[in-house]
Design a protein around this ligand. Structure first.
Ligand SMILES: [Zn+2]
Length: 144
């Protein structure tokens, strides 16, 4: 997976987490490797960049990510915790009033492909409407 797609800093800032270098590196590891690593595996890799790094630091940061729905824990049978980045797909939302484009996070979209008789080559999805700011403005104007 290409990390460029993900703005690592933004992922953390959106959750109110300070994007320290170590956090960005842990997140980058999870996104690029997609190998559901254990704390040990991340430690082995990142201690080359951070010689003073401890497993506890990695563990605490992973827990912070888990609490903020950035990462999920996979409990595999041998009781060793593995961590997985939660892919957050985005759909663009176009505001017809202010012309701003927002990212809407989607968890899941279900399409019954078997019921579509056409041949699909590409899927382009977006939302159009009035953004929350423009909506609030409208309400304020009505009250005046
Ligand atoms: Zn708007």
């Amino acid at each position: 997976m290409i990390v460029d797609v993900y703005n690592l800093k933004k992922i953390l800032l959106d959750k109110g987490i300070k994007p320290s270098y170590i956090r960005l590196k842990i997140l980058e590891y999870l996104i690029t490797r997609e190998n559901h690593p254990t704390v040990d595996e991340i430690y082995k890799e990142l201690k080359n960049i951070f010689p003073t790094l401890s497993k506890t630091t990695i563990y605490l940061n992973l827990n912070l990510f888990v609490k903020n729905d950035i990462v999920k824990v996979l409990n595999v049978d041998n009781n060793e915790q593995r961590f997985d980045f939660i892919k957050q797909e985005h759909i663009n939302f176009f505001c017809e009033k202010c012309k701003k484009i927002y990212d809407i996070t989607i968890k899941e979209i279900k399409i019954k492909y078997e019921e579509i008789e056409h041949e699909i080559n590409d899927t382009v999805l977006y939302f159009k409407g009035v953004c929350k700011e423009c909506k609030n403005q409208k309400i304020t104007n009505l009250n005046n």
